[in-house]
Design a protein around this ligand. Structure first.
Ligand code: GAL
Ligand code: ZN
Length: 670
């Protein structure tokens, strides 16, 4: 499978299905995802199963050689389920119960709802287990989306109590771990513990972190319920789920474990007023790299943007070339299959303005032509680079526990875990250094450079893992707010950076939170062009104990003290960054770290031109993507052969028009 669409036959008259299937085939589409919201049509009343319409649609698609991934329709329990058991509706953290009408109007711990799922998923799976056109399943749809405030109903609260009991065993252990002696919050039984509903002020931070972990585990468990049934009834089908990149409600590393591979939904263009209409290319790339990091393997895009996005408001039109460019970007970061959302723009419902490949009229137009061209030129490339990864020498550590703990206590109103990581990612992206994004459970030794920002929570095991990594020659970047708290989210009493001080060769005896305070950093290492730039949000005030300073603060009572340090430790190097440095210092620092670690770029390109790579032992595919709305021209290595975009290279130079792409092939590159 290389290309597909999300298709909703239930939205269109039957007479249209064959036309759609033929048009799909003409573009080169060979897979569709169906039915993830179609519960009411498959079971209009309890036990009254109607799969005949779906069978017919699958048959028509199958005749054109199109395979099917079925979604379990569990994000949309029909009204008759809710009518019988209104307690299935989820409760917000302010205590109000949400109503029927959108989707994900369901509590994931509710046993009555789970029983409906057990029954329905078994029935549906049984019906399709031997259908020759069905190849796999998507569980639910974008877990955690639509109901981002999670559920605080009595069933979830009872599940939270069980979860806590299995974690802490005794209530005394929990009281100790959370520090409930503070403000008389000591509990004598697990069932006294509240869900974090509003209080006169704020909740215990350890309770809040465990609540986030519980909600994440609940989603993993909710998925497992379906996965177990699907594995039993359809042993020959794969199981996947559509993730949402940098989304924060579930520990995706855990959610991924039960799946054969993960899928991701990639939407570069937004319609909501609180977001920029277009995500910058490096943020899109980072989401894709994180998705690849879930299993350290190639993945699917289950929803790739196919037109303007929109609900009540509408995004700009993707410019000619952009849909193609974004597809290339997904493939270049490790997508082996790209499924577009959606085939045709719907005539009703919340997503009337979420534009598909076809417009409302169903008449193929600009987007159809562009996607057809994309599929036809990229399919042969994808056949060859299937399964290949970038072979990155650098990694960034990503942790949901760290993200959640810093959401609870960001210190500075603008400190944001994802944005902070994006700063490091951007420096590597701009330098064209391929990056893996990995969990702290992963083997670090494969990487020459490991960037581990904001390791706020620390365990003795993790700190030992960092020390071992550097001892064996690794280059490690740690940053501000590291080793501040233990995994229960209470403060570690040792002076910062705790037992990492020998590794880092520094002590931190004081710090400053930059609330309405300006600070700047100056880059030191001896070069004439001294760069000075803002330090943001936080400053650790560092004393050297073996390390050397790479940058110093310039103002206030700690002017002249180190802001960024580097320490030789056994066979490796350990850097520490005591602040969130502005862009040019970040660039200088990462340039230094990359060079010292012996990493080389895929190639050097002009600003806004991405260069990524997928390779195995002998062959590399290099993807050059011009994200700019203007043309660029640059030199490429002589030995690279153009695979797509053959018209652009001339005399060793490539001139790429706006949003153009080109793929080259060479021997292993890095
Ligand atoms: C995704 C979702 C799809 C559709 C799309 C457009 O988040 O999975 O079902 O809603 O966005 O809004
Ligand atoms: Zn609930």
């Amino acid at each position: 499978m290389y290309f597909g669409v999300d298709y909703y036959p239930e939205h269109w008259p039957k007479e249209r299905w064959a036309i759609d299937a033929r048009l799909m085939k003409e573009t080169g589409i060979n897979v569709v995802r169906l039915a993830e919201f179609a519960w009411a049509k498959m079971e209009p009343q309890l036990g009254d199963y109607h799969f005949e319409w779906l069978d017919e649609a699958i048959e028509i698609l199958g005749k054109e050689g199109i395979k099917v991934v079925l979604g379990t329709p569990t994000p949309t329990p029909p009204i008759w389920i809710i009518e019988q058991n209104p307690e299935i509706l989820p409760v917000n953290l302010d205590g109000t119960r949400l109503g029927f009408g959108g989707r994900h109007h369901c509590c994931q711990s509710n046993e009555t709802y789970r029983n409906h799922i057990r029954r329905f998923v078994r029935e549906m799976a049984g019906h399709y287990s031997n259908n020759p056109h069905v190849i796999g399943w998507q569980t639910d749809n974008e877990f955690g989306n639509s109901h981002q405030r999670l559920c605080a109903c009595s069933s979830c609260r009872a599940s939270f109590h069980k979860w806590l009991e299995s974690k802490y065993k005794t209530i005394d252990e929990l009281n100790k771990a959370w520090g409930t002696v503070f403000w008389s919050q000591t509990y004598s039984r697990f069932d006294q513990i509240p869900a974090p509903l509003p209080t006169p002020n704020s909740h215990n931070p350890s309770l809040l972190l465990d609540w986030k972990r519980f909600c994440s585990d609940l989603i993993v468990d909710f998925q497992k319920l379906q996965v177990d049934i699907l594995r039993e009834v359809c042993p020959n089908h794969f199981i996947t789920h559509n993730f949402m990149g940098l989304f924060d409600k579930t520990d995706y590393f855990n959610l991924a474990k039960d799946l054969d591979f993960i899928s991701h939904d990639q939407y570069p263009m937004h319609f909501r007023p609180e977001r920029d209409p277009l995500s910058p290319p490096q943020n899109l790339a980072m989401a894709l790299d994180l998705m690849r990091g879930m299993k350290q393997k190639a993945f699917w895009i289950m929803e790739q943007q196919a037109g303007h996005s929109g609900w009540e408001l509408v995004s700009p039109a993707p410019r000619p070339g952009q849909l193609r460019l974004w597809t290339y970007q997904s493939v270049s970061h490790g997508a082996d299959t790209v499924v577009y959302f959606r085939w045709r723009t719907c005539l009703f419902g919340t997503e009337e303005y979420w534009h598909g490949i076809l417009p409302h009229s169903g008449i193929p137009g600009r987007r159809y032509a562009e996607i057809k061209k994309t599929i036809q030129e990229l399919t042969p490339v994808m056949k060859e680079c299937k399964g290949m990864l970038p072979g990155a020498g650098a990694a960034i550590l990503f942790s949901y526990d760290q993200e959640w703990a810093l959401q609870i206590q960001p210190h500075h109103p603008q400190l944001n875990y994802i944005k902070h990581l994006q700063g490091y990612y951007k420096a590597l992206f701009d330098a064209h250094i391929p990056v893996d994004i990995i969990s702290d459970k992963e083997d670090f030794s494969r990487y020459k450079l490991l960037v581990a920002p904001l390791q706020f929570l620390m365990t003795p095991e993790l700190s030992t893992k960092f020390k071992d990594y550097v001892s064996r020659g690794g280059h490690l970047v740690l940053t501000m707010r590291t080793a501040v708290k233990n995994w229960n989210n209470t403060v570690i009493p040792e002076e910062l950076p705790g037992d990492l001080s020998e590794l880092l060769g520094i002590g931190i005896h004081d710090y400053d939170c930059l609330r309405e305070i300006e600070q700047s950093v100056k880059w030191m290492p001896g070069d004439a062009a001294i760069t000075s730039e803002s330090a943001n949000k936080w400053c650790d005030i560092i004393t050297l104990d073996g390390a050397k300073a790479l940058a110093v603060y310039e103002k206030d009572y700690y002017s002249g003290t180190p802001a960024i340090t580097c320490n030789s430790y056994k066979n490796g190097l350990a850097y520490y960054v005591g602040t969130e440095p502005g862009t040019s210092i970040m660039e200088k620092f990462m340039h230094e770290a990359v060079k010292t670690a012996g990493l080389s770029p895929v190639m050097r390109t002009p600003k806004g031109v991405e260069a990524t790579i997928r390779q195995d032992r002998d062959t590399a595919f290099i993807f050059i993507l011009n994200h700019n709305a203007y043309a660029v021209s640059f030199e490429i290595p002589k030995e690279w052969q153009a695979v797509t975009g053959k018209e652009f290279p001339k005399d060793g130079f490539v001139s790429l028009p706006p949003f153009e792409t080109a793929v080259f092939k060479s021997g292993r590159n890095l």
